[in-house]
Write a protein of this length. Structure first.
Length: 97
């Protein structure tokens, strides 16, 4: 049962919005390879505000994702693409359909 999630909020540097969007779209194949990542969503919340929301059945799966290829690539590219450090929150899901 899906009961855990991560919510990451990303603010693109001015002029880097398209690059952040492309980075997130390009991360989908990496997410698809993660067996313990049940759902993975890349979001655009505003002109320069983006996000990632993903769900997990276990804490081990969530931890593996946090140490996985997407997180590593995000942190490596953050200084060039993002106006500030990503805000990543661990979320407990209360109800899921």
């Amino acid at each position: 049962m899906v009961k855990l999630a991560l919510l990451a909020r990303l603010e693109a540097k001015p002029g880097k919005e398209e690059e952040v969007a492309a980075f997130l779209k390009g991360a989908l194949p990496l997410a698809q390879q993660e067996n313990d990542t049940i759902n993975w969503y890349a979001l655009q919340l505003g002109p320069s505000t983006f996000g990632i929301f993903d769900t997990f059945e276990t804490e081990e799966g969530r931890s593996a994702h946090l140490g996985g290829q997407i997180a590593k690539a995000l942190m490596a590219n953050a200084p060039e693409l993002l106006a500030s450090a990503p805000v990543i929150e661990k979320v407990d899901l209360m109800a899921v359909k």
